[in-house]
Design a protein around this ligand. Sequence first.
Ligand code: MGD
Ligand code: MGD
Ligand code: SF4
Ligand code: MO
Length: 701
Amino acid sequence: MPEVTLRRDMSTDLALNRQVVGACPHDCPDTCSLVTTVVDGKAIKVQGNPHHPQTDGVLCTKVARYTERTYHPQRLLQPLKRTGPKGSGQFAAVSWESAIADICARLHTIVGDPNQGPQAVLPYSYAGTMGWVQSEGMAARFFNRMGASLLDYTICASAGGAGLAHTLGANVGMAVEQFANAKLILIWGSNPITSSVHFWRYAQEAKRKGALLVCIDPRKTETAEKCHSHIALLPGTDAALALAMMHELVVHDWLDHDYLSNYTVGWEALRERALQWPPSRAAQVCGITVQEIEVLARDYGQTCQSGQAAAIRLNYGMQRSRGAANAVRAVTCLPALAGAWRHAAGGMLLSSSGARSYNKTVLQHPELRPPGPMRTINMSTIGDDLLRPASAAFGPAISALVVYNSNPVAVAPDSSQVARGFAREDLFTVVLEHFQTDTADYADYVLPATTQLEHWDIHTTYGHTDLLLNEPAIAPLGQSRSNAAIFRALAKGMGYTNACFEEDDLTLCKSALRGRLDFAALARDGFATLPQSDAPFAKGNFPTPSGRCELWSERLADMGWDGLPDYLPNYESAGSISTYPLAMISPPARNFMNSTFVNVQSLRDMEEKPSLEIHPQDAQAREITDGTLVRVFNDRGQYHCVAKISNRARPGVVNGLGVWWRKLGARGTNVNELTNQKLTDLGRAPTFYDCVVQVERAENF
Ligand SMILES: Nc1nc2c(c(=O)[nH]1)N[C@H]1C(S)=C(S)[C@@H](COP(=O)(O)OP(=O)(O)OC[C@H]3O[C@@H](n4cnc5c(=O)[nH]c(N)nc54)[C@H](O)[C@@H]3O)O[C@H]1N2
Ligand SMILES: Nc1nc2c(c(=O)[nH]1)N[C@H]1C(S)=C(S)[C@@H](COP(=O)(O)OP(=O)(O)OC[C@H]3O[C@@H](n4cnc5c(=O)[nH]c(N)nc54)[C@H](O)[C@@H]3O)O[C@H]1N2
Ligand code: SF4
Ligand SMILES: [Mo]
């Protein structure tokens, strides 16, 4: 743990030598409290705050190198205007005044044109920063006032969110620290050693105290290797596994009948469905053995029957296939069947974001929107939508795009289609960024944004329930401005005179709290822990319409579903299309955060080259040896990378790790060349891991 003695003087003199408490802005469930040491106005190191229990003085490798990213020689430090063809990355520096004036003139023309109008303008953003102020604080005010199209934020978590909403009622679950007290932990569709190291710390504590850890993941991850057992099911088959577990709970009577009758809805119907799923049927679907299912169900059922805590850490792996929300629903039913919720260390956790009483929409001023219906564009189908012509159903074609906190040309599915959309000559694109990303290459204007060390923000989390303040440690580098400052300048340039466009970033932080929490108290420590009840669902009290855990959902039945969770086969499964016999998943790389950090040399060195893990059997059949350059392809595109022959891949499934920048990969492509724009059952989310490919040797890089 680092030696950190906090000197909190709350001075705004950024040149002081001091330690400043902030919050990690990244899309990671851990939301760490950061301590930045500043010497002569320069940040010299970023460490984990030892006083924040969830952080416990430890950061992941990526953010421990934050100064390398912040002071990167290629940081964007002045506004840029495109001088070459779209995508070529040729730009010239311009002044802020001329950039803002020209951007506003272009937007005015589009907004005022009866054939285009405000809804021809689309904001595109995601979780580059999860802060309230620098994500949708000022930006949403600006686009609401304009009347721009709305963006449907689906790229990551909306399928799981829909699954939870129709089962537990909201994004709620057990307290993350309680995993340390569990006797059995199922780590299901999650690789916490890569993606949530602070959760992994709780799991290890439980392991030291004798807990059994089981990992359910098609890939033999670092996490799977450290668990007692690993079930390598085929991608997208989790609902079948959960239904077979229910089958075993029923036939062995490892059920909590009292819990089922008092705190659930629809048990009789779900019981019938579960009885249709003997382990032999699920084993076939999941590509695993009957015994693996029987042992898993027995461990789960008997742990709960003996009054001990069984906890499920469910995460994002299963949310990226067609049947995503149904799979989340099926797994989420298990704790209710076995009565696991009775124990503070039992139940499940996917996301805790619904547990807090704060609501970031207070910042967004939706009342600024013009009257009438708003058009919503799904961020996961941006490839197709950018190429869609105007029509009665779609509305105006997208004429202008303002991208911030996201790198869609790299991270959105079916990326060659996305790049075709961005390449449209008649599309006016503005990108707010730290770096010249694949997306920035297609911009007409690139505007330099501050990083977390340079601006104020407020953070809530989806892995625990604390609230954090991010105080700037250093002055903005070069001419960079915070996103909020950029949108304030754009608002002024557009002639928007509403008082809310006057608020500075610190005022935005304060107004976000709206009297629910004292700002000075939050500023003192940099974080506040919200009170949480132990075993919140021990006696039902679920935030569903019925107040019960909805095994059968009336709301889903009203939408035309059968109301029960079911297994929905993938759009594309291993072996279903003979030309593309391998399933491919593309989970995160350990040293990148989605596509962030790919340009940080020391982290890229650790990831080496874009790679594809392939099982020895599948490699041998294709005469592929370790380190061979391979071409991975399907009807959507092709991706060149290095083969890693490895038992991390199961037979029939290849793993294309990480979201590389296309221009830093081989031949300007990344793994999203292969993924598709089809959506999940509920939640309108992408199906990145519902993908089939063929692999062959390639000649050269
Ligand atoms: N280092 C690092 N950390 C990150 C990120 C990153 O890019 N890098 N990304 C952040 C973001 S945006 C998110 S959403 C979270 C994700 O957080 P997690 O979901 O906890 O972590 P992942 O590493 O994505 O793990 C998902 C696992 O699911 C597996 N999987 C794939 N398909 C299936 C399936 O059908 N069923 C099951 N059971 N498992 C499957 C994958 O092999 C992978 O190991 O992590 C965050 N943290
Ligand atoms: N194949 C495949 N594709 C995936 C995934 C996968 O598992 N497989 N995962 C998906 C998931 S879970 C997610 S969440 C998405 C993530 O997609 P994105 O949210 O687009 O995430 P990043 O790639 O990290 O890009 C964030 C960008 O925001 C910029 N940024 C950070 N802070 C600021 C700021 O304060 N101001 C401005 N203006 N910019 C800032 C960063 O420099 C970075 O370029 O990717 C998805 N894509
Ligand atoms: S990315 Fe996650 S683990 Fe790393 S510092 Fe940020 S919150 Fe902590
Ligand atoms: Mo995500």
